[in-house]
Design a protein around this ligand. Structure first.
Ligand SMILES: [Zn+2]
Length: 149
């Protein structure tokens, strides 16, 4: 998507190129953040991990790019933040020309949430009421992640 503005930059998806994918895909925002095979697999695994035990399904495309509108409004607010963090982390990987990984996504999202929750009682309450078990003990979660690897 940057290629429209800067000459000499490939129009192909950064991640497909890095992974030496056979097919070359144009790097549209929809491809980069959603349809890209590399990103798609990691995103599905990440949200399956995050939402384990909640009974909630993985986010739709609409939810990833816009907002969540499910039954629990606390869940919606936390997940809308998480989906924006997801987009931000994928964007950072693109800029740094590194392939995103599941562990990077887990660590980065938890880390960002820890920082924001530290500063915001609103988010602390949101997380508590969201009933996302994975986020209930944010301070010990990083350790749990390390043990799972
Ligand atoms: Zn791609």
């Amino acid at each position: 998507m940057v290629s429209k503005f800067v000459r000499g930059i490939s129009e192909n998806c950064t991640f497909c190129e890095l992974a030496r994918h056979d097919e070359h895909n144009r790097e549209t925002p929809l491809h980069l953040f959603y349809d890209c095979e590399i990103v798609d697999r990691i995103r599905e695994n990440f949200f399956a991990w995050l939402l384990l035990g909640t009974g909630e399904r993985n986010p739709t495309r609409q939810e990833i790019f816009v907002t969540f509108e499910r039954d629990n409004n606390f869940f919606n607010r936390v997940m809308t933040l998480v989906s924006k963090l997801y987009l931000f982390i994928i964007w950072q990987c693109k800029v740094r020309k590194t392939l995103p990984t599941l562990n990077l996504l887990k660590f980065s999202v938890i880390n960002e949430l820890q920082v924001i929750a530290y500063l915001s009682n609103d988010l602390k309450l949101g997380i508590k009421e969201s009933r996302i078990r994975r986020l209930q003990n944010l301070d010990v979660n990083i350790l749990a992640l390390e043990l799972e690897q």
